[in-house]
Design a protein around this ligand. Sequence first.
Ligand SMILES: [Zn+2]
Ligand SMILES: [Zn+2]
Length: 74
Amino acid sequence: MLKMKNECEACHAATGLMDVAYICSFECTFCEACSTRMGHVCPNCQGTLVLRPTRQRSPLAVGVSQVKQKLLGK
Ligand SMILES: [Zn+2]
Ligand SMILES: [Zn+2]
């Protein structure tokens, strides 16, 4: 499961669960402004920064629904 970091690694702006944030595959987390400025490339690992999904449900609920989706083949 992704760790939800709550601040930008570059400028330490808040990137809370409901804020727009960008992450790379190693879970480096950056705010929208920094990600745009860096061309959506992670300065730590050169990975592509992608829009982080916002979390609106509890981790347990998400885990259960993902298992259900796999079981149902959806
Ligand atoms: Zn930032
Ligand atoms: Zn990275």
